[in-house]
Design a binder for this molecule. Structure first.
Ligand SMILES: C[S@@+](CC[C@H](N)C(=O)[O-])C[C@H]1O[C@@H](n2cnc3c(N)ncnc32)[C@H](O)[C@@H]1O
Length: 181
């Protein structure tokens, strides 16, 4: 994987989210997709961004530190948007997730075990700061949630937990969904 060594040492390797599982997880959440901005921290080639567009999110953001993966995500989302007459509102930032400033309308945050607790904690601090600036209801969806204890240090409430055995694909950390209100 390309990218700065000090970011890479905290990263997990690229693996795309599973489409069936993603759909099942989100279909069972009560959420107003059409008015919501989805952010995937560690978007890789953009698989979850494509799935999020199928759910009708208003805006879709991918954050990826590897420039090669980020470029592929842009190409994949551009292709999708072209097929839909330019109607997919997306943005990919080739940046370390810890450095990404959370937009004030971002409210659905997706993590597919992208990095260790060090980076996750920094992202959680950024989300918390963004909520202090502009209060809004948010969702945090964490798949293969190896470091969920980090999220639980903050003021977020668990609304769903799926154990590894309940998932179609075995993910050691299971899946958690949190909210703030
Ligand atoms: C397990 S993959 C998930 C890919 C994608 N989210 C999906 O669901 O299909 C984790 C991704 O996080 C990226 N990543 C790891 N650390 C990162 C960081 N600090 N900032 C941005 N991206 C990071 C990796 O390069 C990799 O593409």
């Amino acid at each position: 994987m390309d990218g700065p060594e000090e970011v890479k040492k905290h990263a997990t390797k690229y693996e795309a989210s599973n489409h069936t599982f993603f759909k099942k997880l989100f279909d069972n959440l009560e959420w107003r997709f059409q008015n919501s901005t989805f952010v995937d921290f560690g978007c890789g080639k953009g698989a979850s961004l494509v799935y999020a567009s199928e759910l009708g999110f208003k805006k879709i953001i991918g954050i990826e530190f590897s420039s090669k993966l980020a470029k592929t995500a842009v190409d994949n989302m551009q292709k999708l948007s072209d097929q839909k007459g330019g109607k997919v509102n997306f943005e990919i930032s080739n940046i370390d997730a810890a450095q990404y400033e959370i937009p004030s309308d971002a409210d659905c945050f997706y993590f597919f075990n992208p990095f260790d607790s060090f980076i996750l904690d920094k992202v959680l601090q950024n989300i918390t700061r963004s909520l202090e600036t502009k209060h809004r209801k948010i969702l945090i969806v964490y798949l293969n949630a190896i470091h969920n204890e980090v999220i639980e240090r903050y003021q977020f409430k668990k609304v769903k937990y799926l154990s590894p055995d309940e998932l179609d694909i075995y993910y050691f950390g299971g899946a958690y969904v949190y909210t703030n209100v």
